[in-house]
Design a protein around this ligand. Structure first.
Ligand SMILES: Nc1nc2c(c(=O)[nH]1)N[C@H]1C(S)=C(S)[C@@H](COP(=O)(O)O)O[C@H]1N2
Ligand SMILES: [Mo]
Length: 383
């Protein structure tokens, strides 16, 4: 596809300023959350897109930058930034969710950044298909993993400790690496990648949690043996269970179906007997959103919401529901749950085998309905 033609979904006029600021979860390195209650466009403005970095942002000059490809291949290769820009480009709109998103809702509390609803954002990415690069170097038979390595590095000094100074590296299996939508992106929402999001080049692995989308990629290593690096053995893992028995610790990979409510927010005060616009976003892994339902009575009755815009695989879908709030003031619990085209639905309870990751069980949002003085009972809110 040609990268100079903007698609409808991302025309920048649709993005409204001024923006609500991102929420600081960690200052050094900078880890920032998208203020999810301010969701008002399918594309997250770059200025609001969440940031998750384990190490300080590396400074890379586009003049001296090289992408090196080595390992189990026919022809080792080095590509400059300029040469990458000249290769055929692919555009993909993709929702990036950190596997630790919503961690703050876990009880008992687990370690890690205490993300609320906003370690997830959606952007349009342009870059070179990873398959394009792999075809140039000639992947040898017997390849199992494609290792993506970033230029950032450091030592993890709290449990689980790293073996000294390490880089950020993750692998994806050969079949996934050859999917056209898996790209090495140099553009985000029509601009060169910002430093914090991986300038000059980052992987975009649609359908997988954020940890696979390696930023500041400067080396691709093709491997004939499974890669078992720090970021997929000691961190970013979950227990696979069979017959109630945890049998294997596996790397976190594919995104699970999930809906989040932007408004109302937790403990929001809503006017009684009024029409209130509940809204949010829903996304899934290797499928599409089929429906989003809401409950306003604590989970007894579920009603279908309106899905907005067009469905695009790998991008979240916005949804809305006009709720006639109760006439009776008091506390009410609202919830949203998504189902994808494969019939997968969010669980109501947390599966402990997922540890501190893949947090998709339905979240109850407590709101308060009050009589508002001087307002007509049929007024509409948040529309
Ligand atoms: N090199 C490198 N790539 C990385 C990371 C990192 O710390 N270093 N963090 C990963 C994680 S855990 C997530 S969720 C996404 C976040 O991407 P963003 O900062 O652009 O939102 O980047 C991934 N890629
Ligand atoms: Mo993440």
């Amino acid at each position: 596809m040609n990268s100079s033609i903007p698609s409808d979904q991302t025309s920048r006029e649709n993005i409204q300023a001024p923006f609500a600021a991102r929420i600081i979860r960690e200052n050094e390195p900078e880890n920032l959350e998208f203020p999810f209650s301010s969701l008002n466009s399918a594309i997250t403005p770059t200025e609001q897109f969440f940031i998750r970095s384990h190490f300080p942002v590396p400074k890379i000059s586009p003049e001296t930058y090289r992408l090196k490809v080595d390992g189990h291949i026919e022809r080792p290769l080095e590509i400059s930034y300029d040469d990458l820009l000249k290769m055929p480009s692919t555009r993909v709109t993709m929702t990036l969710e950190c596997a630790g998103n919503s961690r703050i809702f876990l009880s008992p509390k687990v370690s890690g950044l205490q993300w609320e609803l906003g370690a997830v954002s959606n952007a349009e990415w342009v870059g070179v298909s990873l398959s394009e690069v792999l075809n140039r170097v000639g992947v040898k038979p017997g390849t199992v993993d494609i290792i993506l390595e970033g230029a950032d590095s450091g030592e993890i000094k709290k449990e689980p400790n790293s073996p000294g100074k390490i880089t950020y590296a993750r692998s994806i299996p050969l079949a996934k690496a050859f999917e056209k939508e898996v790209i090495l992106a140099y553009q985000m929402n029509g601009e060169p990648l910002p430093a914090a999001h991986g300038f000059p080049l980052r992987a975009i692995v649609p359908g997988w949690y954020g940890m696979a989308s390696v930023k500041w990629v400067n080396r691709i290593s093709v491997s004939s043996v499974p890669f078992r690096g720090y970021w997929q053995t000691l961190d970013y893992t979950y227990w696979e269970t069979r017959n109630g028995l945890p049998i294997e610790l596996l790397p976190v990979s594919e995104i699970e179906v999930k809906a989040e409510i932007a408004r109302p927010g937790l403990h929001e005060v809503l006017p009684a007997n009024s029409v209130y616009r509940m809204h949010g976003a829903a996304w899934t892994g290797e499928s599409e959103i089929a429906k989003v339902e809401v409950s306003t009575d604590g989970g007894k009755i579920w009603s279908a919401t309106q899905l907005l815009g067009a469905s695009a695989k790998y991008a979240w879908r916005l949804w809305e529901f006009h709720w006639r709030t109760p006439a009776e003031p008091g506390r009410y619990t609202v919830m949203a749950r998504a189902t994808d085209a494969r019939g997968r639905t969010q669980p109501m309870v947390r599966d402990a085998h997922r540890g501190g990751y893949v947090i998709t069980h339905v979240q109850p949002i407590l709101v308060e309905v009050r009589k508002v003085q001087g307002s007509a009972s049929s007024e509409s809110y948040n529309i």
